[in-house]
Write a protein that binds this ligand. Structure first.
Ligand code: 1HE
Length: 256
């Protein structure tokens, strides 16, 4: 697929999306969010997993401040809600995302990165929420999505002080699941993407859709929803094939 601010490369079952505004440090303008929205609204049918990365020396410098400065309250409301629609599509659309973070992972860049289900940081990665210094507030979902990872307390402190967490600290906090050397992120991402793509599609779909929702339920509703998810996946053709392949000691083959 062709986009203005994203490049898309399809390697078999893996779609690679690269944010492509390196001269602006991959700052997120409206066009870039629209590109993400377009891709995740109708991803190529062969894609079973997506790798998201940034071209140039940074993952993303966050919201495009040049574009942002002239908005009314209503325009800002719509803008923030479009980010939410897009980020929700990414988190819950059913296509697992592996992100490779390097250099700046700032503000809205961090909000985009946290929609990914498997997060890899290269050692150059650093994280900041400098909204306070710019006179703005997070609007791409950090209150919820980052809050779910590090809690409201740490999110608030991070925003109040505008502190910079480095890659090692980010790994300890859960911003990344894997920490690798500079330039090693893509190799690890492709390896993990192949593993994820090898799962049954219905199992991946449930992992993406059921777990975050169950986290926000009380335990009785959570247990019931888990049973529903189990009943749907465990009675599928893929479950029969997955268990049969194990018992027959052969490679599993999931047909769509
Ligand atoms: C930008 C942006 C941007 C760079 N919007 N143009 N985000 C921020 O507050 C982060 C602002 N950026 C930075 O702190 C630095 O640029 C970096 C640490 C990321 C990189 O530094 P450096 O020295 O490599 O690059 P630079 O010289 O600062 O920037 C290079 C160019 O990118 C320059 O443009 P040029 O035309 O003068 O070459 C910069 O203006 C441009 N650029 N960052 C627009 N962010 C959904 S709400 C989310 C709210 C937020 O995300 S708030 C956080 C905003």
């Amino acid at each position: 697929m062709e986009f203005e601010y994203l490049t898309h490369e399809q390697r078999g079952e893996i779609a690679i999306l690269s944010i492509n505004r390196p001269d602006k440090r991959n700052a997120v303008n409206d066009g870039l969010i629209e590109d993400f929205h377009q891709f995740f609204s109708k991803p190529p049918s062969e894609a079973k997993v997506v790798v998201v990365r940034g071209n140039g020396s940074h993952f993303s410098a966050g919201l495009d401040l040049a574009e942002h400065k002239e908005r009314s309250a209503l325009e800002m409301m719509r803008h923030s809600q479009f980010w939410h629609t897009t980020c929700n599509l990414m988190e819950f659309g059913g296509l697992p995302i592996v992100v490779v973070m390097h250099g700046a992972v700032i503000g809205g860049g961090m909000e985009l990165a946290m929609t990914a289900h498997v997060r890899i940081a290269e050692s150059s990665a650093f994280y900041e929420l400098p909204e306070g210094r710019r006179g703005i507030f997070v609007g791409g979902g950090a209150s919820v999505r980052l809050g779910n990872i590090i809690g409201a307390d740490r999110t608030r402190e991070m925003m109040l002080t505008g502190r910079r967490y480095n890659a090692t600290e980010g790994q300890e906090l859960g911003f990344s699941h894997y920490l690798v050397g500079d330039g090693e992120g893509m190799e690890r991402a492709l390896e993990l993407a192949r593993t994820v793509a090898g799962n049954a599609p219905a199992s991946n779909y449930m992992m993406l859709n059921a777990l975050s929702r169950i986290e926000n339920m009380n335990s009785q509703e959570g247990f019931f929803t888990e049973s529903l998810a189990a009943a749907l996946t465990q009675t599928s053709e893929h479950a029969r094939e997955g268990m049969k392949a194990f018992l027959e000691k052969r490679k599993v083959k999931f047909d769509e």
